[in-house]
Design a protein around this ligand. Structure first.
Ligand code: HEC
Length: 166
C-alpha cells in the first residue's frame, strides 16, 4: 500500500479526534504549554473565585469577561466532550481558534482570548496543545453566552470600571 493510501485510511479512522493519545511526548509538551500559557485560568471553573475545580479541569469557566461595547465572553469547555466541548472539532479547527481566533461557525473570538499571542506558536507546539486537550477526560458543561452588549449575563463578570464609577 502506498504512503498516501495508508495516510488516507488513517485520516478516515482518526477523524476528527482519535489516535492522538499514542504520542506521550506530544501530550507532555502540550501539557507544559497549556500550563505556562494559563489556559487553566480562563477555562477552568472556580479559578477566578479562588477555588479551581480540578475535577472539571479546562471544562469551561464560570466567570465572563466584559469587553466594553462587545459583550461578555466566558472561556468555553476545552475537553473532548462531543456535545459541550471540542470533541466534534477537527485539529485544524482547534488550531485556528487558538492561533487566529476563528471558530468553525465563522465567529471571531473576543480578543480576551489571547490568540494574537498564540499566533506565535510553532505548528508543532499548536498541535501539541491540541493533542494534550484530546487526552483530557471529557467534561459535560456548556458555558453560557456569549452575551451581547445589551444582554444580561447569567454568570459572574469581570469588567473594566472607568475612573470615578461607583
Ligand atoms: C485571558 C483568558 C484566556 C486565556 C489565558 C485563554 N483563553 Fe481561550 N478563550 C477565552 C475566552 C473568554 C474565550 C471565548 C471567547 C468568545 O466566545 O468570543 C476563549 C475561547 C477559546 C477557544 C474557542 C472555544 C469555543 O468553543 O469557541 C479555544 C479553543 C481556546 N479558547 C483555547 C485556549 C487555549 C488552548 C489556551 C491556552 C493556550 C487559552 N484558550 C487561553 C479566554 C482565555
Amino acid at each position: 500500500m502506498s504512503y498516501k493510501i495508508v495516510a488516507a485510511a488513517l485520516a478516515a479512522v482518526c477523524a476528527p479526534l482519535a489516535c492522538h493519545a499514542a504520542d506521550p511526548a506530544a501530550v507532555a509538551r502540550g501539557k507544559y504549554l497549556v500550563t505556562i500559557a494559563s489556559c487553566h485560568d480562563c477555562h477552568t471553573p472556580g479559578y477566578f473565585l479562588g477555588k479551581p475545580d480540578m475535577a472539571r479541569y479546562l471544562g469551561g469557566s464560570d466567570v465572563g469577561f466584559e469587553l466594553p461595547g462587545l459583550g461578555v465572553f466566558v472561556g468555553p469547555n476545552l475537553t473532548p466532550d462531543k456535545e459541550t466541548g471540542l470533541g466534534n472539532w477537527t485539529d485544524a479547527q482547534v488550531v485556528a481558534a487558538i492561533q487566529i481566533g476563528a471558530r468553525p461557525d465563522g465567529r471571531t473570538l473576543a480578543p480576551i482570548m489571547p490568540y494574537h499571542a498564540f499566533a506565535n506558536l510553532t505548528p508543532q507546539d499548536a498541535q501539541a496543545i491540541v493533542t494534550f486537550l484530546r487526552s483530557l477526560p471529557p467534561v459535560s458543561s456548556k458555558v453560557p453566552g456569549p452575551f451581547g452588549p445589551t444582554q444580561t449575563p447569567t454568570t459572574f463578570v469581570m469588567k473594566l470600571v472607568p475612573p470615578g464609577a461607583k
